[in-house]
Design a protein around this ligand. Structure first.
Ligand code: G1P
Length: 280
């Protein structure tokens, strides 16, 4: 039985960098080729044997609920046509998984969004996927790799990647010490949300994959607004890190920042080439 059974998807943000596309469409529904970003995230969770999806939505996000539901009219229209195959993947996702939703009423930051998920998660460790960080690895998905690390260390896990020092102000940044003679697993000693390069402890950035232990909810309730006046998950994790309870893991695979135009285009090209191996 998987130690991690539920995956939380904070999906209430406005996606202002993609206006006007995101005026009436949730940014999580923007497609890379024919699949919306959030479906890639859900597929990564399924690959890690997680079938309970908990989604934090907000106003204007109903398309996400409709996507993970049956569309009887559409099914009827394309039944017994060549197009049926195009929805077979999403149909099997709907069959395999349960989806629960709760709304984040006010935009008070990622930490606040995660706290809104407490009613869906309860008292157990859980995964968090930020759908605009699109991850891909041929052998084993990033969440799957992280669950193995969780099983060994039994504490919160953050996925990290080295970034150019000039970009530290876009990420949560960690400092830590390598453990158990590995070259990819750190016990976190410090973490800072979006520091200026001159104040950043390292260039190791947190990307949008977390495994969190449920005590994070109590910590989040007592976490004051931080960077940008928002409740930051990075600040709450720092409290756990002070007790030695956060591991940072340099995952294997690729990650695209689909919250930026450059990353979105890169991901589109990558998945296009992958779907058509003859193209170089
Ligand atoms: C959030 C987190 C940040 C993390 C990033 C990963 O920031 O606050 O610590 O590094 O996700 O994508 P956002 O990109 O939502 O501003």
């Amino acid at each position: 039985m998987n130690s991690i059974k539920k995956c939380l998807f904070p999906a209430a943000g406005y996606g202002t960098r993609f206006l006007p596309a995101t005026k009436a469409t949730p940014k999580e529904m923007l497609p890379i080729l024919t699949k919306p970003l959030i479906q890639y995230g859900v597929e990564e969770a399924i690959e890690a044997n997680i079938t309970t999806m908990a989604i934090i939505t907000g106003r204007g996000k109903r398309a996400i609920e409709d996507h993970f539901d049956i569309s009887y009219e559409l099914e009827h229209q394309i039944k017994d046509t060549g197009k049926e195959v195009l929805i077979s993947e999403i149909r099997s996702i709907i069959k395999t998984c349960t989806f629960s939703y709760t709304r984040q009423i006010e935009m008070k930051g990622l930490g606040h969004a995660i706290l809104c998920g407490e009613t869906l998660i309860g008292d157990e460790p859980f995964a968090v996927v930020l759908a605009d960080d699109l991850c891909s690895n041929d052998d084993e998905g990033i969440l799957s790799q992280m669950i193995k690390i969780y099983d060994k260390y039994q504490c919160s896990i953050v996925a990290i990647e080295k970034i150019p020092m000039s970009e530290t102000n876009k990420y949560g940044v960690i400092a830590g010490n390598l453990v158990d003679n590995t070259d990819d697993i750190y016990r976190v000693t410090d973490m800072v949300e979006k520091p200026d390069p001159k104040d950043a402890p390292t260039n190791m950035a947190i990307i949008g994959r977390y495994i969190l232990t449920p005590d994070i909810f109590k910590i989040l309730k007592n976490t004051p607004p931080g960077k940008g006046g928002e409740i930051q998950i990075t600040d709450a994790l720092l409290e756990q890190a002070k007790e030695g309870n956060v591991i940072a893991f340099k995952f294997k695979g690729k990650r695209f920042d689909c919250g930026s135009i450059d990353g979105f285009v890169e991901a589109t090209n990558y998945f296009y080439k992958k779907s058509k191996p003859s193209i170089t």
